[in-house]
Write a protein that binds this ligand. Sequence first.
Ligand SMILES: C[S@@+](CC[C@H](N)C(=O)[O-])C[C@H]1O[C@@H](n2cnc3c(N)ncnc32)[C@H](O)[C@@H]1O
Length: 196
Amino acid sequence: MNWVEDQLFEKRHGLDCSGFIDRDELETSYSSALAHSRAYEAVTCAAMRELLDEAKKTGIVFDHFIDLGSGKGKACFYAAAKYRFRRLIGVEFSAPLVRAADRNLKKFGADHICFVNADAASFQLPAGDNLVYLFNPFGEAILLEFLNNNMDKFRRSRSIIAYANDKHRLCLATAGFVTLFRNQDSQSSLHQYPST
Ligand SMILES: C[S@@+](CC[C@H](N)C(=O)[O-])C[C@H]1O[C@@H](n2cnc3c(N)ncnc32)[C@H](O)[C@@H]1O
Protein backbone atom coordinates (compact mmCIF):
# COMPACT_ATOMS: atom_id res chain seq x y z
CA MET A 1 0.00 0.00 0.00
CA ASN A 2 3.05 2.27 0.29
CA TRP A 3 2.85 3.34 -3.35
CA VAL A 4 -0.57 4.94 -2.71
CA GLU A 5 0.97 7.27 -0.13
CA ASP A 6 3.77 8.13 -2.54
CA GLN A 7 1.40 8.82 -5.41
CA LEU A 8 -0.79 11.00 -3.19
CA PHE A 9 2.23 12.92 -1.86
CA GLU A 10 3.54 13.69 -5.35
CA LYS A 11 0.07 14.54 -6.67
CA ARG A 12 -0.74 16.86 -3.75
CA HIS A 13 2.43 18.87 -4.37
CA GLY A 14 2.45 18.62 -8.19
CA LEU A 15 5.75 16.70 -8.21
CA ASP A 16 7.19 14.30 -10.74
CA CYS A 17 9.88 12.19 -9.06
CA SER A 18 9.16 9.11 -11.15
CA GLY A 19 11.49 6.78 -12.97
CA PHE A 20 14.53 4.60 -12.60
CA ILE A 21 17.73 5.76 -14.29
CA ASP A 22 20.56 3.27 -14.36
CA ARG A 23 24.08 4.53 -13.71
CA ASP A 24 25.05 4.09 -17.36
CA GLU A 25 22.24 6.43 -18.37
CA LEU A 26 22.97 9.20 -15.87
CA GLU A 27 24.28 12.38 -17.51
CA THR A 28 26.97 14.14 -15.53
CA SER A 29 30.02 16.30 -16.08
CA TYR A 30 31.60 14.75 -12.95
CA SER A 31 32.91 11.82 -14.96
CA SER A 32 35.27 10.44 -12.30
CA ALA A 33 32.37 10.17 -9.82
CA LEU A 34 30.13 8.33 -12.28
CA ALA A 35 31.87 4.97 -11.79
CA HIS A 36 30.90 5.08 -8.08
CA SER A 37 27.29 6.18 -8.61
CA ARG A 38 24.22 4.09 -8.02
CA ALA A 39 21.02 4.39 -10.08
CA TYR A 40 18.45 7.15 -9.66
CA GLU A 41 15.19 6.24 -7.98
CA ALA A 42 13.13 8.23 -5.52
CA VAL A 43 12.86 7.27 -1.88
CA THR A 44 9.49 6.21 -0.46
CA CYS A 45 7.60 8.41 1.99
CA ALA A 46 7.63 5.50 4.46
CA ALA A 47 11.44 5.21 4.39
CA MET A 48 11.82 8.97 4.85
CA ARG A 49 9.33 9.03 7.70
CA GLU A 50 11.14 6.28 9.58
CA LEU A 51 14.49 8.09 9.41
CA LEU A 52 13.07 11.53 10.18
CA ASP A 53 11.06 10.20 13.14
CA GLU A 54 14.14 8.46 14.53
CA ALA A 55 16.25 11.60 14.02
CA LYS A 56 13.61 13.60 15.87
CA LYS A 57 13.82 11.22 18.85
CA THR A 58 17.44 12.34 19.40
CA GLY A 59 16.04 15.69 20.56
CA ILE A 60 18.37 17.60 18.25
CA VAL A 61 16.78 20.58 16.53
CA PHE A 62 18.51 20.41 13.15
CA ASP A 63 19.39 23.56 11.27
CA HIS A 64 19.76 21.99 7.85
CA PHE A 65 18.63 18.97 5.91
CA ILE A 66 21.21 17.94 3.31
CA ASP A 67 20.39 15.30 0.71
CA LEU A 68 23.56 13.90 -0.90
CA GLY A 69 22.46 12.64 -4.31
CA SER A 70 19.12 14.41 -4.36
CA GLY A 71 17.82 13.26 -7.75
CA LYS A 72 14.46 14.88 -8.49
CA GLY A 73 14.26 16.20 -4.95
CA LYS A 74 11.67 13.99 -3.28
CA ALA A 75 13.49 13.61 0.04
CA CYS A 76 13.89 17.39 0.40
CA PHE A 77 10.22 17.96 -0.43
CA TYR A 78 9.06 15.31 2.03
CA ALA A 79 11.35 16.64 4.78
CA ALA A 80 10.15 20.22 4.16
CA ALA A 81 6.48 19.21 4.13
CA LYS A 82 6.57 17.20 7.36
CA TYR A 83 9.37 18.62 9.50
CA ARG A 84 10.91 21.97 10.35
CA PHE A 85 14.32 22.82 8.90
CA ARG A 86 15.77 26.30 8.38
CA ARG A 87 17.25 25.28 5.06
CA LEU A 88 17.22 22.20 2.86
CA ILE A 89 19.93 21.57 0.26
CA GLY A 90 19.92 18.85 -2.38
CA VAL A 91 23.32 17.99 -3.88
CA GLU A 92 23.13 16.18 -7.21
CA PHE A 93 25.88 15.50 -9.76
CA SER A 94 23.54 15.11 -12.76
CA ALA A 95 22.48 18.47 -14.23
CA PRO A 96 19.31 17.09 -15.92
CA LEU A 97 18.19 15.74 -12.52
CA VAL A 98 18.87 19.11 -10.88
CA ARG A 99 16.70 20.72 -13.57
CA ALA A 100 13.94 18.17 -12.84
CA ALA A 101 14.22 18.98 -9.11
CA ASP A 102 14.02 22.72 -9.88
CA ARG A 103 10.86 22.16 -11.95
CA ASN A 104 9.41 20.30 -8.96
CA LEU A 105 10.51 23.12 -6.64
CA LYS A 106 8.52 25.64 -8.70
CA LYS A 107 5.40 23.54 -8.18
CA PHE A 108 6.15 22.88 -4.51
CA GLY A 109 6.80 26.55 -3.79
CA ALA A 110 9.35 27.02 -0.98
CA ASP A 111 12.20 29.48 -0.72
CA HIS A 112 14.22 27.56 1.87
CA ILE A 113 15.00 24.65 -0.47
CA CYS A 114 17.71 24.69 -3.13
CA PHE A 115 19.38 22.15 -5.39
CA VAL A 116 23.02 22.39 -6.38
CA ASN A 117 24.81 20.63 -9.20
CA ALA A 118 27.93 19.24 -7.52
CA ASP A 119 29.81 16.08 -6.67
CA ALA A 120 28.91 15.17 -3.09
CA ALA A 121 32.55 14.14 -2.51
CA SER A 122 33.64 17.78 -2.40
CA PHE A 123 30.50 19.29 -0.85
CA GLN A 124 31.19 21.37 2.26
CA LEU A 125 28.54 21.09 4.95
CA PRO A 126 27.22 24.38 6.33
CA ALA A 127 28.07 25.19 9.96
CA GLY A 128 25.43 24.03 12.42
CA ASP A 129 23.55 20.83 13.18
CA ASN A 130 22.92 19.05 9.89
CA LEU A 131 20.77 16.06 9.15
CA VAL A 132 22.74 14.56 6.26
CA TYR A 133 20.60 12.12 4.34
CA LEU A 134 21.68 9.48 1.81
CA PHE A 135 19.63 6.97 -0.14
CA ASN A 136 22.48 4.70 -1.27
CA PRO A 137 23.68 7.28 -3.80
CA PHE A 138 27.28 6.11 -4.25
CA GLY A 139 30.00 3.71 -3.12
CA GLU A 140 32.67 3.93 -0.44
CA ALA A 141 35.17 6.06 -2.37
CA ILE A 142 32.80 9.06 -2.60
CA LEU A 143 31.44 8.53 0.91
CA LEU A 144 34.96 8.51 2.39
CA GLU A 145 35.97 11.62 0.45
CA PHE A 146 32.86 13.43 1.68
CA LEU A 147 33.60 12.36 5.28
CA ASN A 148 37.25 13.40 5.05
CA ASN A 149 36.23 16.82 3.73
CA ASN A 150 33.72 17.35 6.54
CA MET A 151 35.13 15.64 9.66
CA ASP A 152 35.64 18.99 11.33
CA LYS A 153 31.96 19.83 10.91
CA PHE A 154 30.92 16.46 12.32
CA ARG A 155 33.29 16.88 15.27
CA ARG A 156 32.04 20.36 16.11
CA SER A 157 28.31 19.79 15.81
CA ARG A 158 25.61 17.29 16.63
CA SER A 159 25.09 16.49 12.95
CA ILE A 160 23.71 13.08 12.08
CA ILE A 161 23.89 10.91 8.98
CA ALA A 162 20.56 9.32 8.06
CA TYR A 163 21.25 6.46 5.67
CA ALA A 164 18.52 4.64 3.69
CA ASN A 165 19.55 1.38 1.98
CA ASP A 166 22.72 1.68 4.03
CA LYS A 167 25.01 -0.53 1.95
CA HIS A 168 28.24 1.15 3.10
CA ARG A 169 27.38 1.79 6.74
CA LEU A 170 30.52 -0.06 7.91
CA CYS A 171 32.52 2.73 6.31
CA LEU A 172 30.93 5.10 8.83
CA ALA A 173 31.83 2.82 11.75
CA THR A 174 35.42 2.63 10.49
CA ALA A 175 35.53 6.44 10.35
CA GLY A 176 34.52 6.55 14.03
CA PHE A 177 30.78 7.15 13.76
CA VAL A 178 28.46 5.50 16.26
CA THR A 179 25.23 3.86 15.11
CA LEU A 180 22.27 5.44 16.95
CA PHE A 181 19.58 3.43 15.21
CA ARG A 182 19.30 0.61 12.69
CA ASN A 183 16.35 -1.27 11.27
CA GLN A 184 17.54 -4.48 9.69
CA ASP A 185 14.32 -4.97 7.73
CA SER A 186 14.31 -1.56 6.08
CA GLN A 187 18.13 -1.30 6.08
CA SER A 188 17.95 2.26 7.36
CA SER A 189 20.23 3.71 9.99
CA LEU A 190 21.37 6.82 11.85
CA HIS A 191 25.01 7.62 12.65
CA GLN A 192 26.74 10.31 14.68
CA TYR A 193 30.34 11.21 15.37
CA PRO A 194 30.88 11.14 19.17
CA SER A 195 31.22 14.61 20.66
CA THR A 196 34.65 15.46 22.01
C1 LIG B 1 19.00 6.47 -5.23
S1 LIG B 1 19.00 8.13 -5.90
C2 LIG B 1 18.32 9.01 -4.51
C3 LIG B 1 17.47 10.22 -4.89
C4 LIG B 1 16.96 11.05 -3.72
N1 LIG B 1 17.95 11.26 -2.71
C5 LIG B 1 15.76 10.43 -3.07
O1 LIG B 1 15.90 9.94 -1.94
O2 LIG B 1 14.68 10.43 -3.67
C6 LIG B 1 20.76 8.51 -5.81
C7 LIG B 1 21.15 9.79 -6.52
O3 LIG B 1 22.52 10.10 -6.23
C8 LIG B 1 23.07 10.77 -7.36
N2 LIG B 1 24.54 10.70 -7.23
C9 LIG B 1 25.33 9.62 -7.45
N3 LIG B 1 26.63 9.93 -7.23
C10 LIG B 1 26.67 11.24 -6.86
C11 LIG B 1 27.71 12.12 -6.47
N4 LIG B 1 29.00 11.75 -6.42
N5 LIG B 1 27.38 13.40 -6.12
C12 LIG B 1 26.09 13.81 -6.15
N6 LIG B 1 25.06 13.02 -6.54
C13 LIG B 1 25.33 11.73 -6.86
C14 LIG B 1 22.46 10.01 -8.54
O4 LIG B 1 22.50 10.77 -9.73
C15 LIG B 1 21.02 9.78 -8.04
O5 LIG B 1 20.19 10.81 -8.44
